[in-house]
Design a protein around this ligand. Structure first.
Ligand code: ATP
Ligand code: MG
Length: 322
């Protein structure tokens, strides 16, 4: 069974062909729009939607070509419909519905965060329970996953997502967009002292990143070097993430951790996670940020349980995971 996975939830147009029987990704094409959003220091929804509309058929054709399959070989169309930027989501959703209708094959709408959660397991099968740490541009979540579809939200950010904080700090430092990769590189190159930044005390397993960002603004105004501020921010953000994760592991007694989302590409986060005494599941770098493969993987598993969705399904800007 060949599953097409489509994601246009934010600023990446992605289409993947997934062989569900073999549990193998045959292609995963991502067309990134960073260069169009860079001058604005963040994603502009109208530009994202327009670029998705211009690119999606090209990305789709490339995904088929790389997979070595024809359009008539597809057996299921799986598309992210929630949560995300509404005008951006609608492009992929409409394209996917059109394909499913014209090919007379089933259609499945997928929750983007559920797709991120399972991205470390593409090509394998997860063992349960595990703690999912989702660290992306729009989300920072700690979720207890007791089975496929069985999720308890343990904690989330009360304001900015960690990826968003990376992007805002980079903007304050004049480092461009997206902020994560450049701050990560500066951290690697820096070998001086770290500046002290606050780790906001919020209840339970929740996070808050807006105070750290404000503290960074003050350091910038005081004239500290960009490399030192960037490295200090990464040190603080990563140890804050790890601290709450450790707390969740201790309180739940769970010994498996799956980390996903764009920030899971971070080199320091990966280093610190590997020091934990747990079974650790990290996605390969190509599945850290948005990709169609994770949408196909989750869409297929949902289809097995629930069957197909009607083409009446709409897009949702917000939608909690549990
Ligand atoms: N090496 C890195 N270190 C830290 N952050 C990174 C790194 N690489 C990418 N990022 C961050 O990852 C984020 C993008 O991740 P992703 O594509 O998963 O988010 P999104 O899809 O926009 O948000 P969501 O999935 O919540 O809708 C950006 O904020 C970017 O700065
Ligand atoms: Mg995402």
């Amino acid at each position: 069974m060949l599953v097409l996975g489509i994601d246009t939830s934010c600023d990446d147009t992605s289409v993947s062909v997934y062989d569900a029987k073999e549990n193998r990704v045959l292609s995963n094409i991502v067309s990134s729009q960073y260069s169009f959003h860079r001058e604005f220091g963040g994603v502009v929804p109208e530009i994202a939607a327009r670029k998705h509309a211009e690119n999606i058929d090209l990305v789709f054709e490339e995904a088929l070509e790389v997979a070595g399959v024809g359009v008539k070989d597809l057996n299921l169309i799986s598309v992210t419909n929630r949560p995300g930027l509404l005008p951006a989501l609608l492009v992929g959703l409409t394209f996917g519905k059109g394909l499913a209708y014209s090919l007379s094959v089933p259609f499945k709408a997928v929750h983007h965060i559920e797709a991120h959660i399972f991205s470390p397991f593409i090509g394998s099968e997860p063992e349960y329970p595990f703690i999912a740490l989702v660290v992306s541009g729009g989300h920072t979540l700690i979720v207890l996953v007791e089975g496929f579809g069985s999720y308890s939200l343990l904690g989330k950010t009360l304001d900015d997502a960690v990826g968003e904080a990376y992007d805002k700090v980079a903007k304050l430092l004049g480092l461009g967009y997206p902020g994560g990769p450049v701050i990560d590189r500066l951290y690697r190159e820096y070998d001086g002292k770290y500046l002290e930044l606050p780790k906001p005390k919020v209840k339970g397993f929740n996070y808050s990143f807006s105070g750290i960002k404000t503290a960074v603004r003050r350091l910038v105004e005081k004239g500290y070097p960009a490399e030192q501020v960037a490295a200090s921010f990464q040190e603080t953000a990563v140890s804050y993430l790890i601290g709450k994760l450790k707390k969740a592991l201790k309180e739940t007694g769970v010994r498996r951790v799956a980390v996903s989302g764009g920030v899971s590409a971070n080199s320091l986060l990966r280093e610190r996670l590997k020091e934990l005494d747990v079974d650790l599941y990290l996605p390969p770098l190509e599945y850290t940020s948005d990709n169609g493969a994770m949408v196909a993987y989750v869409g297929y598993r949902r289809f097995l349980i629930e069957g197909e969705d009607t083409l009446e399904v709409g897009a949702l800007a917000r939608c909690p995971i549990s």
